[in-house]
Design a protein around this ligand. Sequence first.
Ligand code: SF4
Length: 227
Amino acid sequence: MKKTELYAQVMAYFKEAIPVAETELHYNNPYELLIAVILSAQCTDKRVNMITPALFEAYPTPEVLAAATPEAVFEYVRSVSYPNNKAKHLVGMAQMLVKDFHSQVPDNLDDLVKLPGVGRKTANVIQAVVFNKATMAVDTHVFRVSHRLGLVTDRCTTPLSVEKELTKNIPPETIPTAHHWLILHGRYTCTARNPKCEQCGLRLLCKHYKKEHKLRLAKETDINTEA
Ligand code: SF4
């Protein structure tokens, strides 16, 4: 199957199977989303959603957070991974927002990655979710699912190479939603261990499934021949 056809069929499947695809992080404005995405690095959205209501209430604006100490913020974020670093990043991020960006979350990669705690992945999430830009944030789910489905080749060994390949092949207007499709599919169906292939509507298109299926058939044939 040609690559363009594979992409078209995978996107069509997701459109049907996951009609509502959005971030599972809870937030009310770009500032809160930025905080939530920083906290979600190496941590589950569920855990982040448990602590952000109290954090947002205590630090409702960049100005209030910028005036806080990392030690005070730590008390609110202690149950997420790397709480010390994240508390420092949140305060530093808020200080830079106030000082350099009129307390507004920037809308472009170059400015976003200047903020403490914000790398390319976080910047891409913000650009896609807040500003509806055609940016693809490649996290562990997007990376794994793209490889298993065969959307990207084995030569794409870094998140950046996967990002480039996906953005080259997915229509720009679909990219923000495709990002959520790949994440949700990876989180609930194409899980890292024991993917639920038998329940997956993509198995006839999937490179990983076809390979595993062939191996299984080959093994069964061997066993039957030996018997
Ligand atoms: S068939 Fe299996 S490996 Fe392929 S996308 Fe579906 S769950 Fe993932």
